[in-house]
Ligand binder design. Structure first.
Ligand code: GLN
Length: 485
């Protein structure tokens, strides 16, 4: 089997058995990445950094201090600050920004010996569902390059699907790990809000943003999350809750597992072939000993309108720091300070980012605050209560990740509402703060379909266990797009 098909565990074994060194592995992966510029997954390749990290990893492997990730090639979504390396967040605004420090996630993955090969393309400031909002151009879906990979972590998902890298990081504010994972046929996990530090992860909507792993399998995602998760005093919303051993329970049988199916997830909005595919997948769980009950979560339908007040409100505040003074792009020859602000922001932000800043500024303005922002916060509480109630009756919820498979490039780029609706099944989870996964569950017209598994706060270990058990009896997660075998 080609080394590009090996999992983290298999690569770790190969490194220990001396079948290849980390330097060899790194060179092979860098070569493969360069062979596929058409996917446009990477904004920056960090070859020198990678080779010196691989060298260090080989030393650790030789002297017995290696961990499971030591020597394994990974890549970071370009939203995570990387010391001395360009960190663009997919924006012209940060095209010249060399981060002066590492995000905690980067620091932790570096410390475990993972070798970062580069920075991955994404929608500008993580706003988008198709990766068409990047200053660096769209990413292509390796299953069909006429289609989008999903967003905003599109580069992360496409790179893993095409086997350009073993595993990557992503971030998820309203679906940006799960939706691209579903479109590209990979495994993605959005952890509980606060599980993974946001320090050094460029902020979009701070009460919703959460980093997480994107990988081929639940086992690989567990390994990555193990390194990423944990309390961080540098992030005031980081949870001071112990991190379990995410691989310890992967093999636990699923007897007695109670699965709830929210009826609001299975409506006419869902493509009927996807519905049939998910039904088959969910049926696998009954064979594994689970029981299924229907649940109702009546407030889910208000998730998109509430999110498109809260997220833009927070982004309008977060993005006010990009003023042409402190960092990033500055316009040429400003006439005065106001001109400097307006032209720097006007020239460097893309259309979608500007749209959100305008919506957010409007929603927060005096006189409108109660009508929009406060109302949206109340709706958020109702949605969150729906999850609490449902998850008191069942162990996990299951449903679709997306209403359709990957759509065509340019299909929705001029219709923001249609674009926003593609996150209809993912956004409520961020509003509630609970963890959720997308796992490969089948194909419709040769395009991957994702199954979403939603758990209670800090039940990442349970989600990974459930996903892993499914992946023991199915091989959807091992399918490789044509031309990338
Ligand atoms: N598509 C959603 C948005 O554009 C979610 C993006 C995300 O999760 N970062 O806001």
């Amino acid at each position: 089997m080609s080394i590009f098909q090996l999992s983290i565990t298999e690569l770790a074994q190969g490194l220990r058995d001396g079948e290849f060194s980390s330097v060899e592995l790194t060179k092979n992966y860098l070569e493969r990445i360069k062979q596929h510029p058409e996917l446009n997954c990477f904004v920056t390749l960090t070859e020198d950094h990678a080779l010196s990290a691989a060298n260090l990893a080989d030393q650790r492997l030789a002297n017995g201090t290696a961990e499971i990730l030591t020597g394994i090639p990974i890549a970071q979504k370009d939203i995570f600050c990387t010391l001395g390396v360009k960190t663009t967040c997919g924006s012209k605004m940060l095209d010249n920004f060399i981060a002066p420090y590492n995000a905690t996630v980067v620091e932790k993955l570096n410390a475990s010996g993972a070798v970062m090969l580069g920075k991955l393309n994404m929608d500008e400031f993580a706003m988008g569902s198709s990766n068409e909002n990047s200053y660096y151009g769209p990413v292509k879906n390796p299953w069909n390059t006429q289609t989008v990979p999903g967003g905003s972590s599109g580069g992360s998902a496409a790179a893993v699907a095409a086997r350009l890298i073993v595993a990557t990081t992503g971030t998820d504010t309203g679906g940006s790990i799960r939706q691209p994972a579903a479109f590209c046929g990979i495994t993605g996990l959005k952890p509980t809000y606060g599980r993974v530090s946001r320090y050094g992860m460029i902020a979009y909507a701070s009460s919703l943003d959460q980093g997480g792993p994107m990988a081929r399998s639940a086992e690989d995602a567990a390994i990555l999350l193990q390194s990423m998760a944990g309390f961080d005093p540098k992030d005031s919303t980081s949870a001071n809750t112990p991190v379990p051993d995410y691989r310890a329970d992967l093999n636990k049988p699923l007897d007695g597992l109670k699965i709830g199916l929210p009826k609001e997830f299975f409506t006419a909005d869902l493509n009927s072939d996807i519905a049939a595919t998910l039904e088959k997948a969910i049926n696998e769980f009954t064979k594994l000993g689970a029981t299924i009950t229907d649940v109702s979560m009546p407030n889910l339908q208000m998730a998109i309108p509430a999110y498109y007040i809260i997220a833009p409100a927070e982004c309008s505040a977060n993005l006010s720091r990009f003023d042409g003074v402190r960092y990033g792009y500055r316009c040429a020859n400003p006439a005065n300070l106001a001109d400097l602000y307006t032209r720097s922001r006007g020239e460097a932000f893309g259309t979608e980012v500007k749209r959100r800043i305008l919506i957010g500024t409007y929603a927060l303005s005096a006189g409108y605050y109660d009508a929009y922002y406060l109302k949206a916060q109340k709706v958020r509480r109702l949605i969150s209560d729906d999850f609490k109630k449902a998850l008191a009756e069942v162990d996990v919820l299951m449903g679709p990740v997306t209403p359709s498979t990957a759509f065509d490039l340019n299909e929705k780029s001029n219709d923001p509402i249609q674009m926003y609706l593609s996150d209809i099944y993912t956004i409520a989870i961020n509003l509630a703060g609970v963890p959720a996964m997308s796992i490969p569950a089948g194909f419709v017209d040769n395009m991957p379909v994702g199954l979403q598994i939603i758990g209670n706060f800090f039940a990442e270990d349970r989600l990974l266990n459930i996903a892993h058990q499914f992946q023991q009896v199915t091989d959807w997660h091992q399918r490789t797009p044509k031309g990338f075998e």
